[in-house]
Design a protein around this ligand. Structure first.
Ligand SMILES: Nc1nc2c(ncn2[C@@H]2O[C@H](COP(=O)(O)OP(=O)(O)O)[C@@H](O)[C@H]2O)c(=O)[nH]1
Ligand SMILES: [Mg+2]
Length: 210
């Protein structure tokens, strides 16, 4: 298990309109969830964009996971996130994003209500080889009315599908952005976050660009 460095977040993550005036910290802190099924790339995405060494709670997959975690299509995966990922990114001066990678396994769903409180929105990562693994996350954020975008993590050996095909397969509302990304690459992962922030602002009636 890795531990976070001393750049710890503010005691509470403020909502966008709760900017504080401290000169040494962010004036606005946004909380974004990174969700999706087991092995879709949540830990990878948080690690790709975080400017602090992400707090991870990876543990080795053990035999106890067999029959509990859905390992179909992710046979090469040797670790799993047992609590959550945490990372931070500064979009521009004074605006910090705190990222919470939410556990994909069903047994951790109880954490989602806590984690989603005060969140600006969510990125639902999807893998075209196992789209069903992301259904639960999409259902959850739709039910909650939490703004979300779907980011299809383009794995090297996965078939390529265009966003309209993915929208149909996942039955996603027309207004929800669907993007293709590579969770390993900082620029691609950051673009996903920017799309989510813009989407959330649009839904809130704002027109500002971040
Ligand atoms: N080829 C490829 N592999 C990836 C990509 N994203 C993640 N991986 C790998 O897929 C595995 C699962 O990713 P991980 O981030 O642990 O998934 P999580 O369970 O959603 O946190 C890891 O071995 C990653 O290195 C990607 O975009 N392309
Ligand atoms: Mg993980």
């Amino acid at each position: 298990m890795n531990s976070a460095r001393s750049d710890s977040p503010p005691a509470a993550v403020a909502s966008p309109d709760e900017a504080d005036d401290r000169e040494d910290g962010p004036r606005v802190a946004l909380k974004i969830l990174v969700a999706g099924g087991f092995g879709v790339g949540k830990t990878t995405l948080v690690g790709a964009v975080s400017e602090i060494r992400p707090l991870r709670t990876e543990e080795s997959l053990t035999d106890a996971s067999v029959g509990v975690d859905d390992l179909d299509g992710v046979a090469a995966k040797t670790t799993t996130t047992v609590a959550m990922d945490f990372g931070r990114i500064t979009l521009r001066d004074g605006v910090a994003i705190y990222l919470f990678g939410t556990p994909g396994q069903e047994r951790f769903w109880f954490m989602w209500n806590e984690l989603s409180r005060g969140a600006l929105g969510a990125v639902v990562l999807a893998d075209t080889r196992r789209l069903t693994a992301s259904f639960a996350s999409i259902d959850y954020f739709e039910r909650k009315g939490t703004p979300f975008v779907v980011a299809v993590n383009c794995f090297d050996n996965a078939d390529h599908y265009d966003p309209p095909e993915i929208r149909t397969a996942l039955d996603i509302d027309p207004h929800v952005p669907i993007l293709l990304c590579d969770a390993r690459h900082t620029v691609s992962a950051k673009q996903v976050l920017v799309s989510l922030v813009e989407h959330a602002l649009r839904l809130a009636g704002g027109t500002r660009r971040v």
